[in-house]
Design a binder for this molecule. Structure first.
Ligand code: HEC
Length: 101
């Protein structure tokens, strides 16, 4: 009984894993609130002076996000936001926003 349940669920887990990999950036943006301020495509907003994130190079984004994380850059909110975002997530975010034209 148990084995058949495992066998039935295994393909679901496998395909869910693939979906998760492609949605990684969505999960990171939701968990850290990026999407609430910058929008899902990083278009920014005049309300609250939210800068756009798309159209920047990957390098710019990595330097900016690490700068807020380390405190070498001073923002109003970004220093607090970046505390919980690790190197791996910074890479994913920088790749994503630099790919949006
Ligand atoms: C509460 C709103 C808010 C949240 C949440 C937020 N940001 Fe920001 N972001 C800002 C503001 C405002 C600035 C301008 C710097 C500052 O005041 O902190 C900024 C600046 C930036 C910049 C620098 C842009 C530039 O042109 O210099 C990047 C990159 C960035 N945010 C990425 C992110 C990412 C990635 C996340 C999620 C991990 C995130 N932000 C979450 C509001 C937010």
């Amino acid at each position: 009984m148990r084995l058949s349940v495992v066998l039935a669920v295994a393909p679901l887990l496998f395909s869910a894993g693939i979906v998760l990999a492609s949605e990684d950036v969505v999960g990171i943006m939701a968990a850290n609130g990026c999407v609430n301020c910058h929008g899902s495509e990083g278009r920014g907003s005049d309300v609250g002076n939210i800068p756009p994130l798309f159209g920047h190079s990957r390098e710019f984004l990595v330097v900016a996000l690490n700068g807020y994380k380390s405190g070498s850059l001073h923002g109003t909110v970004m220093n607090r936001v970046m505390k919980d975002v690790d190197e791996k997530k910074i890479e994913v975010l920088a790749n994503y926003f630099s790919s949006i034209k």
